[in-house]
Design a protein around this ligand. Structure first.
Ligand SMILES: [Fe+2]
Length: 129
C-alpha cells in the first residue's frame, strides 16, 4: 500500500503541476520506504536529497507559473514554500550530523504538510495558472 496516495481532489487542473505533485508523492513514498525498511544510511540520505531537490524544482516551476499569472496570494504562498524547504533542510542536516533519528513522526510531518498545502494553498490558483 502507498503511504501517500494521489487522489483527484488534489488536482489543480494544471497537467504539469499535477504531474509534479505525483512525482513528489512518489519520492515521499520512497523516503518512507527507506525508513520503514530500515535501509542503509546511504540509501536514506539519497532518499532525502532526492525529495528535497525535487521539491525545490517543483516549487520553482509552480512559482514561475504563479508569477506569470499574477497570482494574488503569491507572497504568502512563497513564504510557505520557503518554510517547508527550510524545515526539510534542517531535518536533513540534523540527520546527517547524527542528531536526528528518522521516524514516522518525520515522514508524517512531510506527508501532512504536502497534502495540506496542495489541498488548501495550491487550490487557490486552481484554474488560474
Ligand atoms: Fe505550492
Amino acid at each position: 500500500m502507498e503511504y501517500i496516495k494521489w487522489s483527484d481532489e488534489l488536482s489543480v487542473d494544471n497537467l504539469i503541476i499535477d504531474k509534479q505533485h505525483k512525482e513528489l508523492f512518489r519520492l515521499i513514498n520512497d523516503f518512507y520506504k527507506a525508513i520503514v525498511e530500515k535501509k542503509n544510511e546511504e540509501a536514506i540520505k539519497k532518499a532525502i536529497v532526492d525529495m528535497e531537490n525535487y521539491t525545490r524544482t517543483h516549487f520553482s516551476s509552480e512559482e514561475i507559473m504563479m508569477k506569470n499569472a499574477d497570482h494574488v496570494d503569491l507572497e504568502k504562498h512563497l513564504n510557505e514554500h520557503k518554510a517547508f524547504i527550510d524545515k526539510v533542510r534542517d531535518l536533513k542536516e540534523r540527520y546527517n550530523q547524527g542528531r536526528l533519528i528518522l521516524s514516522l513522526e518525520v515522514t508524517n510531518f512531510i506527508k501532512e504538510w504536502i497534502t495540506n498545502h496542495i489541498k488548501v494553498t495550491d487550490q487557490k490558483y486552481k484554474g488560474k495558472i
